[in-house]
Design a protein around this ligand. Structure first.
Ligand code: HDD
Length: 727
């Protein structure tokens, strides 16, 4: 990355320079104390005699241990587990009709960004593959100041008012008496809370869907969730929802697979993001906005201010306006990924808030949490948080202040400094809040327009493909099956009846209960003391849409690319090298990544006596780390694999997780050792067979093409019925 010079002073370079001001490189240097004193012995404490007691005088030891003792900072109360990357945002379409934000109007700009993905419930060391919402937080270092879009991979949220957030989080976190379970919602306190919170119905459908089990951070959508405002240069405002659309499509893994990965590689998503960027496979998303004119505020069946609702893309299409590319891994996890401080209140002129009560509460929480987490008010000076826009104000001092402010004045107005720094007028780029007219009485309450909790939950469920619906049924059966208190299960079933009777019946059957009758709609929230409960009952509205295809991953995600998909090639001594090479080349041309996996590490000797390196052995890897499997021919290789239980298990598991599998016709006998042998042709005919993502053939070029098409399909979920899978 070039450093800024007078000719090349781009915003990205300014950002890199800001970060590099604080970087350190020990290469070729002596070890020193934090005061710069060279150290002569860093392995032995100072003692009174070689066998004597250590001396308090040892300032080198004390400095090292004191620093170590203070190495940890409080982890984030939510979203503790995260991974991040640097990148750039490039605008393709000038949005000045709607906003005056510079990075959304100047198509010649490239805005540096830092993006942190996270899970919500688990602590810092928890598994990436927990069933959970994923955070998708983007810091844009714009020339007008930092803009943070602190969103999730789901477009709605559990609750409508920020005052409920601590209860929601207490409920989902490990239970307080024994701190169990870690990073999991399948327990009594979570479902006890949800069953009393009907406004969470829509979000629960998302969290129980495969959206909660992403295949990769690179294959997730992102959403700003709340309705925001754009404000243009004429001070005209409109409503906005923000979207991120991944160019690799939106894909998930199976729940059984997720649990397996959690044990085998809890860093799966973290590693995937890191390796993709190291390999130059830069993840990309299109940035999109749904724009609603101010005059249409009350046009919809739902309230735009309600964060448990989305605007169906069929009603307001997503306008794709730019591209985000992640192209650089952090140099230091703590300094960057851990210390980055996002805040939904970091906005720039042209972007403003609405009165969404969840958004309004978040505006308080983020700075407050940084104060405890990062230890004081100067966290904006940490390199990763520094804006590229210059900072001038009269804020001074505090813990760990870095800036050396010059001069005598730290107040405004002043005469001594000629009035500097000046307030910026609107025309000079000063931030002015949108002058929304408000005439109201002070109340603790919620608008009746927020009380329809089930119609979008229904819309979501009805919009899924059949396998996706089945995954939701299974997820709810798993989660509620882990709930000990039957009263909670019962309340949840009553809750599910409002969404779909078939769904409630299937879950009830799986958890050995009866479906309660949906006699009345549930209460909206804990009813305030002295209030009439009837006023707090949910309204179940029928929406104008039966289905929204955009809500289904299977039905809406493009299935044309196999870029960065991981393909396992199972081989042993005697393998046909030509088959491997032809298949590998065809897959690599499409951007896929191939690993040869053998019974042991090192080299295998092919049929033609050439050596082929085995990247992994059956001991060091597993099918869950691959998107597809290929078994090449070669008499001895086939005989070894057929007799190798780990190879057969690899194939069984890949089949169970609905992945594409290809085999040379003469490798058919390995597949015949699996439990899915009944799907195979009787004889070793030469024709390519394509059934449920199972591809077999002797024409390797034809086979490779069929395999590529199958991998692009991602998963063949229909294989799950009938569900008789021993792997
Ligand atoms: Fe939050 C972190 C996203 C509601 C309070 N939140 C945090 C992060 C993300 C979100 C992605 C991690 C940022 C990072 O990577 O550092 N939060 C959301 C979304 C919400 C939401 C999409 C609903 C639409 N959050 C929410 C509410 C509150 C908070 C209602 C409190 C009233 N969130 C926090 C926090 C965190 C946080 C406690 C913890 C760590 C941090 O802020 O920096 O302030």
């Amino acid at each position: 990355m070039p450093l800024p010079d007078s000719k090349n002073d781009t915003t990205e370079n300014k950002k890199v320079a800001a970060l590099q001001q604080n970087t350190e490189d020990s290469n070729g240097e002596f070890l020193t104390t934090n005061q710069g004193v060279k150290i002569n012995d860093d392995q032995n404490t100072l003692k009174a005699g070689e066998r004597g007691p250590s001396l308090l005088e040892d300032f080198i030891f004390r400095e090292k241990i004191t620093h170590f003792d203070h190495e940890r900072i409080p982890e984030r109360i939510v979203h503790a587990r995260g991974s991040a990357a640097h990148g750039v945002f490039k605008l393709n379409e000038d949005l000045s009709e709607f906003t005056k934000a510079g990075f959304l109007t100047d198509t010649s700009r490239e805005t540096p960004v830092f993006v942190r993905f996270s899970t919500v419930a688990g602590s810092r060391g928890s598994s990436d593959l927990a069933r959970d919402v994923r955070g998708f937080a983007v810091k844009f270092y714009t020339e007008e100041g930092n803009f943070d879009l602190v969103g999730n991979n789901m477009p709605v949220f559990f609750i409508q008012d920020a005052i409920k957030f601590p209860d929601l989080i207490h409920a989902v976190k490990p239970e307080p008496h024994n701190e169990i379970p870690q990073a999991a919602s399948a327990h009594d306190t979570f479902w006890g809370y949800i069953s009393n919170t009907p406004e969470s119905a829509h979000m629960i459908m998302w969290v129980m869907s495969d959206r909660a089990l992403p295949r990769s951070y690179r294959m997730m959508e992102g959403f700003g969730v709340h309705t925001f405002r754009f404000v243009n240069a004429e001070d005209k405002s409109c409503f906005i929802k923000f979207h991120w659309k991944p160019l690799l499509g939106v894909h998930s893994v199976a729940w059984d697979e997720a649990q397996n990965i959690s044990g085998k590689d809890p860093d799966y998503h973290r590693r995937d993001l890191w390796e993709a960027i190291e390999n130059g496979d830069f993840p990309q998303w299109e940035f999109g906005v749904q724009i609603v004119p101010e005059e249409d505020e009350h046009k919809y069946e739902f309230d735009l201010l309600d964060p448990t609702k989305l605007i169906p893309e069929e009603l307001v299409p997503v306008k794709r306006i730019g591209t985000l590319t992640l192209n650089r891994n952090p140099d230091n996890f703590f300094a960057e990924t851990e210390q980055v401080a996002f805040h939904i209140g970091h906005v720039v002129p042209g972007i403003d808030f609405t009165n969404d009560p969840l958004l309004q509460g978040r505006l308080f929480s983020y700075t407050d949490t940084q104060l405890i987490r990062l230890g004081g008010p100067n966290f904006h000076e940490i390199p990763i948080n520094r804006p590229v826009a210059p900072i001038h104000n009269n804020q001074r001092d505090g813990h760990m202040r870095q800036t050396i402010n010059k001069g005598k004045t730290a107040h405004s107005p002043n005469g001594m400094a000629g009035g500097c720094p000046f307030q910026a007028g609107r025309m000079q780029g000063g931030f002015t809040s949108y002058p929304e007219r408000i005439e109201a009485s002070k109340v603790r309450g919620r608008s009746a327009s927020f009380f329809d909790h089930f119609s979008q939950a229904k819309l979501f469920f009805n919009s899924q493909s059949e396998p996706e619906k089945e995954h939701i049924r299974q997820a709810l059966s798993f989660e509620l099956g882990k709930v000990a208190l039957t009263s909670i299960r019962e309340r949840m079933l009553y809750f599910l009846v409002q969404i779909d009777e078939g769904l409630a019946a299937a879950v009830a059957y799986n958890i050995g209960m009866h479906v309660p009758k949906a006699l009345e709609t549930p209460l909206n929230q804990t009813v305030p003391a002295d209030a009439d409960p009837e006023k707090y009952r949910s309204v179940v509205k029928e929406g104008s849409l039966d289905k929204s295809i955009a809500l289904s991953m299977v039905l809406s995600s493009p299935k044309s690319s196999i870029q960065t998909r991981r393909i396992a090639i199972l081989a042993a001594d005697g393998v046909n090298e030509e088959s491997i090479n032809t298949m590998k080349n065809a897959l690599k041309q499409q951007g896929a990544l191939c690993d040869v996996i053998a019974p042991k590490l090192g080299f295998i000797i092919a049929e033609n006596d050439n050596s082929i390196e085995a990247a992994k052995s059956f001991l060091t890897t597993a099918s869950v780390f691959y998107d597809a499997v290929y078994v090449p021919g070669g008499t001895n290789s086939i005989a070894t694999l057929e007799a190798e239980p780990d190879a057969v298990h690899f194939l069984n598991e890949a089949f169970k997780h609905c992945k594409a599998i290809a085999a040379d016709t003469d490798a058919l006998q390995v597949l015949k050792a699996t439990y899915f042998s009944r799907k195979l042709p009787e004889d070793n005919s030469d024709d390519t067979v394509l059934t449920e993502g199972l591809v077999i053939g002797s024409d390797i070029n034809k086979l490779a093409q069929q395999f590529i098409n199958a991998i692009a399909h991602h998963r063949f979920w229909d294989r799950e019925k009938p569900r008789k899978v021993p792997a």
